[in-house]
Design a protein around this ligand. Structure first.
Ligand SMILES: NC(=O)c1ccc[n+]([C@@H]2O[C@H](COP(=O)([O-])OP(=O)(O)OC[C@H]3O[C@@H](n4cnc5c(N)ncnc54)[C@H](OP(=O)(O)O)[C@@H]3O)[C@@H](O)[C@H]2O)c1
Length: 236
């Protein structure tokens, strides 16, 4: 069994209501399940929220991160054309391997120009998991009438701030972190769906590093250092 703990915490034991528990299928390891229980739930919710459809184009920033690696796969399996933004050759190669049609290196100063070329006529959906200046630079890549989700802020410079009047002028729907705060029953349902996808071999978790609970500080350090691809887990 697995459950998301609300509010989030690091602990070897936690009490959760029994109806928040989700059975982990035999084909899925507990570490894999831990990598999915939060990130895949949000990823599935984002794809539902933005109503990403087959044939649409999606731009995913932070594509090499814990949630980004899942978004790339889930968007691809919905039949979307996926353009992933990540930093450096190793991360870009992983993002491509996970199903991105095109990848763009965020380390290039003119990455938005490369992304615009990869997108063709702009992105129907932008899933911004990075925020700050990078998120702001991703906004103009949204096609008129598209959807832009500013749900990530790992840079420490906040979520992408988009002037609502600019979005309105181009008929772009702005979405944010508040739109993916889910009630427990929906979290359980999406976690069950994610675990089924993983058990069927359709959703791969990328665990970049595992640290014992007592070394949680080091785990934070490697996340901030951006040297790890995918998810960093703590083990107890
Ligand atoms: N996971 C969830 O369920 C969830 C739910 C709601 C919101 N969010 C938010 O969504 C964002 C992404 O989540 P995540 O779980 O994928 O996080 P993550 O595993 O830490 O990945 C974040 C990605 O952002 C990129 N990044 C760009 N600039 C960065 C910087 N200055 N510092 C650190 N990373 C930077 C990194 O990729 P490169 O090095 O390749 O650029 C990294 O792969 C986070 O802000 C998180 O709070 C996550």
């Amino acid at each position: 069994m697995i459950a998301a703990v609300d509010p989030g915490s690091y602990a070897s034991l936690a009490a959760v209501p029994v109806d928040h528990l989700v059975p982990v299928p035999d084909a899925v390891g507990l570490r894999e399940a831990a990598a999915l229980v939060h990130d895949a739930v949000t990823a599935l919710a984002l794809l539902d929220l933005t109503a990403l459809k087959a044939g649409e184009t999606v731009l995913i920033t932070g594509a090499s991160g814990g949630m980004g690696t899942l978004l790339v796969q889930l968007a691809r399996s919905r039949g979307a054309r996926v353009v992933g933004v990540a930093r450096g050759a190793e991360k870009l190669s992983l993002v491509r391997e996970l199903g991105a049609h095109e990848v763009v290196d965020a380390a290039l100063p003119d990455w938005p120009r490369h992304a615009a070329a990869a997108l063709g006529g702009g992105a129907d959906v932008v899933l911004d998991g990075v925020g700050g200046a990078l998120g702001a630079a991703a906004f103009p890549l949204t096609a008129p009438g598209g959807r832009f989700s500013a749900h990530g802020a790992p840079t420490g410079h906040g979520f992408a701030t988009i002037p609502p009047e600019e979005a309105g002028r181009r008929s772009i729907t702005l979405l944010g972190i508040a739109d993916v705060q889910l009630p427990p029953a929906r979290r359980v349902s999406l976690a069950t769906q994610a675990l089924e996808e993983a058990a069927a071999g359709r959703l791969r978790t990328v665990v970049g590093a595992v640290y014992p609970l007592e070394r949680a500080g080091e785990a934070h350090g490697v996340i901030e250092g951006r040297g790890v691809v995918g998810k960093v887990l703590l083990s107890v």
